[in-house]
Design a protein around this ligand. Structure first.
Ligand code: PRX
Length: 653
């Protein structure tokens, strides 16, 4: 049994951890029994311009859904991430930036320099007419300017909406349209594994097709220096925007519940959801989870490998580490370029002590064995973290034994874009580890499990994972769709937040996450919606119908298995297959590249015409002996045809 493999705290972490087992128990108990007192104390981890007197006021009821934390408090997020560090550690490195090309010189940016750049950028944005509450889209790769742009928005009370640079022009257009953003900050190109990707070109294309496009200005960071199309009335270089701006900009005074950012994420619907996160509660939660879960201390060099376009980048590249005054590394490139030992080399080069990444990366390094660590000793590491997808015990063991040389705890953190910060994870000085388990809840988090019949599962057991009550980092709404917010997260189990994940709780109360129970697919730790991909497919002229499910993939965790019914006049050939692959890359981005396309004469449906996705999953999982009840299928022959013609995916290694 995996549960037997227990890694006791003493064997896996330093003695000086911030929280030991006794403290964890006491603090956890306090956080659940007296949440108001607990959070009032924890909220002192940030500076308030005007302190709050009310800690929380939350209801998950349909008629009265509201989530308010520290409501009458006022703060500025950047004053916490920058200004308050200047006196004692203005010269401390805030950001270390390493380019895609190892021969290009790197950059180290101190807290004072970051402060100056953020203020200059904030003044530039003010000059462009951006004001409090306005939404600014940021479509940038991992550059210092990305962090500067986010913080510049927060400085003046604007709301940033970062769109992952790997999304296509179409996906960007959807997000700009939905958020009605009037400003876009982008780069000429992004550079990844030596390839140039035309971000500015994508912005031009997106704005060309946005219905009711209201973008006034496009600010462009010069990264590649290669030529780009230019609209003189609309486009401005980032460097010109900052040139001559004052290095001070008064921080906007924000109410705790004012929005800090919107971040689009995949849900069950065929449009992405713009989750709205708050200033006060979000920052408190990002800061304290970053401090306790990573045990982050002043001399640490911290590296979270996530792209800033995802929630992990927001909370654990930018806001958590900067609020805590940490030195944080950004790497523009990918783990395997120019060779597979690149990230191990970066760990040695910068003496990284905390390394936080995704299981997909761990597995992709693991298959290369020693080549992934060749010539490096990684002796600076003291803590390893994992996020984004379940980590299989083999990958955990390799990460622990080989990559971390058996000296660093592996901190498996379960959370979501909606939760704002880490919800279930071991604390390095407090929690014994079990490979593959995210272990125990963070302070203030009360997980629960419900079975399919809607009964709460007590003790050992499995079911849908839900969270009782609120925590400060929780998303506050879906932009423009408060009703959808209720339906998506609070309608399933009254009084609880519904995570969309399945989990098992073992005899020690440890949680083992098993994956999504809804139509969200997690490819390489990237969250995709099956209905969004299906929508994109059916807009292709050759496609009549499509269904997308996940299947287990050795490296990416899950791969995309696509069933397509073509229009009558379209031949099911290799040319068409390639065309559909390219189409999805254009409509959504490279992350939506299907691994398998199976031609389907039609899709399995019930008599009332509802797609029976469950049986498609069984086919994709090669588990056709356990199809379950199929008596409700309108045409059983369809299923037999699909089973007989199942495509065997490549193992992914
Ligand atoms: O299914 C869970 C999986 O990732 C989903 C959330 O994706 P996203 O909102 O993009 O946030 C990713 C980074 C926080 C979850 O519903 N997931 C995340 N972390 C883990 C995980 N599954 C298992 N173990 C984890 N540690």
């Amino acid at each position: 049994m995996q549960e037997q493999q227990l890694y006791p705290v003493s064997a896996s972490s330093g003695q000086e951890a911030l929280i030991d087992q006794r403290q964890y128990r006491a603090m956890y108990q306090l956080s659940i029994e007296q949440p108001v007192r607990f959070w009032a104390e924890q909220a002192n981890c940030i500076d308030w311009i005007k302190p709050f007197s009310e800690v929380r006021d939350c209801s998950f009821d349909r008629q009265d859904l509201h989530i308010d934390w520290f409501r009458d408090g006022y703060l500025n997020v950047t004053a916490n991430c920058l200004d308050r560090h200047l006196v004692a550690m203005g010269d401390k490195t805030a950001l270390i930036w390493e380019a895609d090309d190892p021969d290009e010189s790197h950059r180290q940016i101190s807290y004072r320099e970051l402060y100056n750049d953020v203020c200059r950028c904030a003044n530039g944005l003010l000059e462009l007419g951006v004001s409090k509450g306005d939404i600014v889209t940021i479509y940038l790769p991992l550059l210092p300017e990305t962090v500067v742009s986010m913080l510049a928005c927060a400085r003046i009370g604007a709301v940033h909406c970062v769109v992952f640079g790997g999304f296509s022009a179409e996906a960007l257009a959807d997000r700009i349209e939905d958020s009605q953003s009037r400003w876009v900050i982008t780069a000429d190109h992004s550079l990844r594994a030596g390839q140039q990707i035309g971000l500015k070109g994508n912005v031009d294309a997106a704005l060309g097709r946005c219905a009711g496009n209201c973008v006034e200005k496009v600010v462009v960071v010069r990264r590649s220096g290669a030529a780009v199309a230019w609209h003189p009335q609309r486009d401005i270089w980032f460097s010109d925007l900052l040139a001559g701006q004052a290095e001070h900009c008064a921080p906007a005074v924000m109410a705790a519940e004012d929005p800090l950012f919107v971040l689009y994420t995949a849900g069950s619907a065929n449009r992405p959801r713009g989750l709205v996160h708050s200033c006060g509660g979000y920052l408190v939660y990002a800061a304290i989870t970053h401090r306790y879960v990573f045990d982050c201390q002043p001399d640490d060099i911290y590296w979270c490998t996530a792209d800033i376009g995802w929630i992990t980048g927001h909370s654990y590249v930018v806001y958590g580490p900067l609020a805590n005054g940490a030195s944080t590394l950004l790497h523009e490139g990918v783990p395997g370029y120019p060779d597979i030992s690149r990230w191990s080399q970066l760990i040695d080069k910068y003496k990284v002590s905390i390394f936080y990444t995704v299981p997909t990366v761990i597995r992709s390094l693991m298959v290369h064995g020693n080549a992934a660590i060749r010539g490096t000793d990684r002796s600076s590491l003291r803590l390893l973290g994992s996020v984004g997808e379940p980590i299989n015990p083999e990958a955990w063991q390799w990460f622990y034994r080989v990559f971390g040389r058996g000296r660093c705890p592996v901190i498996d953190t379960w959370w979501q874009a909606e939760t704002g910060g880490i919800m279930i994870a071991p604390l390095p000085g407090a929690t014994a580890l079990k490979p593959g388990s995210a272990t125990l809840p963070f302070f203030g988090v009360e997980p629960a499990l419900f079975d399919g019949a809607g009964n709460r599962v007590e003790g050992e057991g499995e079911g849908y994972l839900v969270i009782r009550g609120s925590w400060p980092g929780q998303a506050r709404s879906i932009l423009g769709d408060p009703g959808g917010f209720y339906e998506a997260y609070f309608s399933q189990c009254p009084g609880y937040y519904f995570t969309g994940d399945g989990a098992r709780r073992d005899a020690d109360g440890y949680y083992w996450l098993s994956g999504r129970v809804d139509e969200v697919i997690n490819v390489a730790g990237h969250r995709l919606s099956s209905s969004e991909i299906e929508k994109a497919l059916v807009t292709h002229r050759s496609v009549l119908e499509a269904a997308v499910v996940a299947y287990p993939h050795a490296i990416k965790g899950q791969g995309l298995y696509v069933f397509v019914t073509l229009c009558a006049d379209q031949a099911a050939d290799e040319h068409c297959r390639q065309d559909l692959v390219e189409w999805l890359r254009l409509q959504i981005g490279g992350i939506a590249t299907p691994d398998v396309i199976q031609w389907a004469p039609s899709l399995p449906k019930t008599l009332s015409g509802e797609l029976v996705r469950r049986v498609l999953r069984k086919i994709a999982y090669d588990d056709c002996d356990h199809l379950g009840d199929i008596s409700n299928l309108a045409d059983p022959d369809v299923l037999q045809h699909l089973i007989a013609n199942r495509v065997r995916p490549s193992p992914g290694v």
